[in-house]
Each structure stands twice: as structure tokens, then as C-alpha cells.
Design a binder for this molecule. Structure first.
Ligand code: NOJ
Length: 439
């Protein structure tokens, strides 16, 4: 269907997260997060996030590069232990770091999109029980209020948390992410704590923001792309996306309570009951979707089709199929009726600086076109898509995978901190300048 394409004011942006880019782990009054103290055995090549992309020292240059690309928005997260290094203590230096960043962004005409929590729990909070303890709800609410008090004179867009599915299931079930635990039997309790913390934070943003806020959450999503576009195939994919195997675990278990106030369950034993679901459901202005690959052809789809030999894959081994962006936006909108913000989408490549001093990341350019054409289709069909935040602005620390997978539009030399715009950054600049008509 030919439509109007991307709406005026569409937020073309890029995203990062504090633990992945900041570094400065023990500077400016900050205390460690659970990722700073991760055993080297848990992270590829024994790497750590202590310096990461050194954004803590390069933030001004980074905002200048965002301006050069022409970004309209920048999604970043706040490091809890930088602003609250101990229980009940606010760190003025930490607050100043984010205030300065926000100010610089606004001066550059770039809309800040703030994620309150992107996985880097302070060690002191973890010691109090972390997501396993009910105490997390008031602690998270208090922390949110501190951030909102500091930044909401210039920030409109807020996400309470990023991918609760991942930091809980990878962190407390699979044990692959910090805090590397296997609290399988406590999972229903942990789900409840997480969802109530989200609700408390969303309410705290609304109650305390100085500028009228737009409140949301960034969800990990999984989506079965229909085999063809017959109503039956579409209905089957929609059903599987929310009810089947990993679809139930990564989508419905979380989204039903938080986005619709309905109880949910998965694996037979993980349950969110009706009372918790009601309490977890607070009004949101948008839902953020992090989208990478379809479930029907990916290994972590589990019960999906096996990948065909030679299927296109990124350096993470993730399938390249742009249709997943369209179908995720469509299915989520059909089910929850919330405007959509693409809070993450992108690919890892083994990029390097070529002999001519440039980074020729042709695959990422192709990826951008493939995925964004599908997003344009969603816009054409009237799905309210508010913006697109490419993951990532710059190469960074990919959690347990360390520094090998490079996701950035900007290449980072992790030894010197030198930044180089990749070819994809220049291409994205053209997409933004034309509001998507070059796609
Ligand atoms: C999901 C996470 O939010 C982000 O932290 C991560 O780096 C990307 N996806 C890529 O794996």
C-alpha cells in the first residue's frame, strides 16, 4: 500500500546504554554495578566494561557526532550507581554528568530519550536482594524520582526499564547475564517485583515530571513472521507470537500484565496473577520495541523452523529479515493499541578501519534499508510509529559477548577512544535528511 511514509516529526535517532558505553566506572563518585564486578570468566576474552566506549570522557564529542549525522533523538540510560552510589545518597557529580549531557543534546536540537534502568544494578541494591526482593519497588521508585527531579525540565521521553525479559531471564534463570544466578524457583516472585517496580516508576515519572512526560517501556520482542500474507498465515503468526513457546515467554508473560493488566503464565510454573497484573498496568504513552530477528527462523525461537543453510546472518549469528520490524509493530499495535517507538534495531558486524581510513560497512547499509522499508510499510498502513532508535550509536560493550560484536554507526577504537563515522552513519544521515524518502 502506498502511503504517506514516515510522519513529520518522526524521531530518527540512535541508542546506547550506560554500562555499554560510559566507562568511568569508578570516577566521579560512582560505585560499581553488578556488571562491573562480573567475573572475567563470564565475559568473552575476560573483558569488562570499566572503560567501555569511554563516553564518560567523550560525551561532548559524541553529541557533536550525533549532530553531524543529523540525529533528531538520542536514547541513553542512566547509571543508577552514578547518581545514587549508596542507599539514600544522591551524588551531585553523577547528576551533573547527565544534566550536562541533556543540556548539550537539547542545544544540538536532539531530543533526549531516557531509560531509567538498562541492566546495571548497583552492587549495593543487589546486596539488598536486587530483583528477588520486594524492597526493589520502593528503591526503584526513589531512584526514578531522583532522575526525574534532575532531568525532567528538559526531558519529555522516558522508558522505565529496558528488556525486563532479558535482565530477568538471562540474569536469574539462564545465569548468562549479571548477576549470573539460577533462581528458577523464585521466578514468579521476581516477575512480580519487576512489574511492580515498573509501575511505581511510571507513576513516579508522571507525578514528578516538570515537562508533560511521554512514558513508556522498552520491551524485548519476539515475532513469528507469517509464511505468506493469507489471513490464516497471519493469524497463525499472531497466535504463535503471543502464545507459543518462546512467544509466550518473551512476549505474553510480560506484556499481558504490563500493557493490558491481564494475568499471564509460561513454562507452566511462571505466573503473574490477576492482582499483580492489575497493579502492573499503568497508563503508558507508547511501547518501545527492540527488534532484531524473527523467531520463526532463529535458534532462540526454539520451536520454529530450522535456519536454512547459508541464511543471511549478522556477526551475532542473528537472522537478517526486515519483515520482522513490520510484523512486530503491527502485532503489538493490534494487541495493545499503544503508539510504537522502535527503541532498538541494528546489527553487529566485524567492522574494521580499512586502508583508506574509513569503515565500509556495506552490510549495515543494506540492513538499514531492508528494515526501514518495512517500518515505512507500517507507517503507510496507519500504525502510529513515533520514531526509530538505531542500535547502536557507537560500538560498545555487548554484555557477555564483550567487544567483538560491533553494533555502532560510529566505530570506536577501544584502545585510544578514537571515533570514526562508518559509511552507514553517512547513509543514515541521508535517510534522516529525506525523512525516509531515500529508502
Ligand atoms: C538488547 C539490549 O537492550 C542491548 O543492551 C543490546 O546490546 C542489544 N539488544 C544487542 O544485543
Amino acid at each position: 500500500m502506498e502511503g504517506n511514509g514516515f510522519p513529520q516529526g518522526f524521531l530518527w535517532g540512535a541508542a546506547t546504554a550506560s554500562a555499554q558505553v560510559e566507562g568511568g566506572w569508578n570516577e566521579g563518585g560512582r560505585t560499581p554495578s553488578i556488571w562491573d564486578v562480573a567475573s572475567p570468566k563470564k565475559i568473552k576474552h575476560g573483558e569488562n566494561c570499566h572503560t567501555a566506549s569511554d563516553h564518560f570522557h567523550h560525551w561532548k564529542e559524541d553529541v557533536a557526532l550525533m549532530k553531524e549525522i543529523g540525529l533528531k533523538s538520542y536514547r541513553f540510560s542512566v547509571s543508577w550507581s552514578r547518581v545514587m552510589p549508596e542507599e539514600g545518597k544522591i551524588n551531585p557529580e553523577g547528576i551533573a554528568f547527565y544534566k550536562n549531557l541533556v543540556h548539550e543534546l537539547v542545544e544540538a536540537g536532539i531530543e533526549p530519550l531516557v531509560t531509567i534502568y538498562h541492566w546495571d544494578m548497583p552492587v549495593w541494591v543487589h546486596k539488598m536482594g536486587g530483583w528477588r526482593s520486594k524492597k526493589i519497588v520502593p528503591l526503584f521508585e526513589e531512584y526514578t524520582k531522583v532522575v526525574v527531579d534532575a532531568l525532567s525540565d528538559q526531558v519529555t521521553w522516558w522508558m522505565t526499564m529496558n528488556e525486563p525479559q532479558c535482565f530477568i531471564l538471562n540474569g536469574y534463570m539462564a545465569g548468562q547475564h549479571a548477576p549470573f544466578e539460577h533462581a528458577v524457583l523464585e521466578m514468579s516472585k521476581i516477575l512480580e517485583n519487576t512489574m511492580l517496580a515498573h509501575a511505581a516508576a511510571a507513576n513516579a515519572i508522571r507525578a514528578n515530571a516538570k515537562k508533560p512526560p511521554k512514558v513508556g517501556i522498552a520491551m524485548a520482542t519476539g515475532c513469528f513472521v507469517p509464511e505468506n500474507e493469507t489471513p490464516e498465515a497471519i493469524q497463525k503468526s499472531y497466535h504463535d507470537t503471543f502464545e507459543k513457546g518462546m512467544g509466550a515467554v518473551s512476549n505474553a508473560l510480560w506484556m499481558e500484565p504490563m500493557l493490558a493488566g491481564r494475568p499471564s503464565k509460561a513454562f507452566g510454573v511462571y505466573k503473574v496473577n490477576e492482582a499483580t497484573a492489575k497493579a502492573a498496568h499503568v497508563p503508558l504513552d507508547f511501547v518501545g520495541i527492540n527488534v532484531y530477528q524473527p523467531m520463526n527462523t532463529s535458534e532462540w525461537g526454539g520451536d520454529g523452523k530450522p535456519q536454512k543453510p547459508g541464511a543471511p546472518k549478522t556477526a551475532m549469528g542473528w537472522t537478517v529479515d526486515g519483515r520482522v520490524l513490520y510484523w512486530t509493530a503491527r502485532f503489538l499495535y493490534e494487541r495493545y493499541h499503544l503508539p510504537i517507538m522502535v527503541t532498538e534495531n541494528g546489527m553487529a558486524e566485524n567492522d574494521f578501519i580499512c586502508l583508506d581510513g574509513k569503515v565500509h560497512d556495506g552490510m549495515r547499509i543494506d540492513f538499514l534499508h531492508r528494515y526501514l522499508r518495512e517500518l515505512k510499510r507500517a507507517c503507510d498502513e496507519g500504525i502510529p510509529v513515533l520514531g526509530y532508535q538505531h542500535w547502536s550509536l557507537m560500538d560498545n560493550f555487548e554484555w557477555a559477548e564483550g567487544y567483538d560484536p560491533r553494533f555502532g554507526l560510529i566505530y570506536v577504537d577501544f584502545e585510544t577512544g578514537k571515533r570514526t563515522l562508518k559509511d552507514s552513519a553517512y547513509e543514515y544521515a541521508e535517510v534522516i535528511r529525506s525523512n525516509g524518502s531515500t529508502l
